[in-house]
Design a protein around this ligand. Structure first.
Ligand code: KIV
Length: 296
């Protein structure tokens, strides 16, 4: 029997029980199915889609329509986990109305269970976006620390919150997100000590990525932990497999087998009964290949 679908209260209950939460990214149906079969709790259709699957150089160009297209495929592959859709750059923080309309599309058109918002620290506006969404009944996950959509403003892809002052800001931001109604918050690329302080301070679960072991759960980009993209991997990524090497080996073997005539073999080909084959006349020829008119 399939396992029961998870709910947001199920995720919230994990924190007081000290049960770790897992979240991984998916952008298509087959990966979503594998994550769900593996028992991952939250499947994030991250806007990392842009860099990992669409070949953009940042997440900024990702559109809401692209997110919806991929989230729909992910949704079809997931029955147990919660599906979280990332709100791409400029789809929130615009106006309350537009923010709610855009998040509503991720829920209604793609079937997401919740949305995620990157909160560029110090921007009162995005806290207001969170409030608008939670007031509209849309579950929101926050995202603090290194927020790739605004990485330029943060000085690039670097660890955030390394000074007492910036760490303090992160603590305040996490409290603000909780107060505005977020049900969980991603902490990306911050010192473990700061992540531990935030995790102890807020009642909502924290999901760390490059934020040390003391968060309530961990999230990674699936293509990173599988080493699927052959790209640069940050220090916090552990290669749980090296799929790119296996894929390259398999592709090389396919090429070699085709070139040497070893693929396909008889067992990989279909055949028909010999008596049927004999009845086939080729166009312009008589039975069994004799040119037309030569056979009496
Ligand atoms: O877009 C994404 O995949 C993310 C994760 C890195 C948390 O936001």
């Amino acid at each position: 029997m399939p396992e029961a679908t998870l709910t947001i209260p199920d995720i919230l209950q994990r924190k007081p029980r000290g049960e770790k939460i897992t979240m991984l990214t998916a952008y298509d149906f087959p990966m979503a199915r594998l994550l769900d079969r593996a028992g991952v709790d939250l499947v994030l259709v991250g806007d990392s889609l842009g860099m990992v699957a669409l070949g953009y150089s940042s997440t900024v160009p990702v559109t809401l329509d692209e997110m919806i297209h991929h989230a729909r495929a992910v949704r079809r592959g997931v029955t147990r986990a919660l599906v979280v859709g990332d709100m791409p750059f400029m789809s929130f923080n615009v106006s309350r109305e537009e923010t709610v309309r855009n998040a509503g599309r991720l829920m209604k058109e793609a079937g997401c269970d919740a949305v995620k918002i990157e909160w560029g620290q110090g921007s009162g506006e995005s806290l207001d976006s969170v409030r608008a969404l939670t007031e509209a009944g849309i579950p929101v996950m926050g995202h603090l620390g290194l927020t790739p959509q605004t990485a330029g403003k943060l000085g690039g892809f670097r660890v955030q919150g390394k000074t007492a002052q910036t760490a303090q800001k992160l603590l305040e931001a996490a409290a603000g997100l909780e107060e505005a109604g977020c049900f969980a918050v991603v902490l990306e690329c911050i010192p473990s000590q700061v992540a531990r302080l935030i995790t102890r301070q807020v009642n909502i679960p924290t999901l760390g990525i490059g934020a040390g072991p003391d968060c309530d759960g961990q999230v990674l980009v699936t293509h990173d932990l599988l080493h699927l993209t052959g790209a640069f991997y940050p220090k916090f990524v552990r290669a749980f497999a090296r799929i790119d090497q296996r894929i390259l080996k398999a592709l090389g073997e396919f090429k070699g087998a085709v070139r040497s005539g070893k693929f396909p073999a008889a067992a990989e080909s279909y055949s028909m009964p010999e008596e049927e084959r004999k009845k086939i006349s080729r166009p312009g020829r008589g039975v069994r290949g004799a040119p037309k008119g030569t056979r009496k």
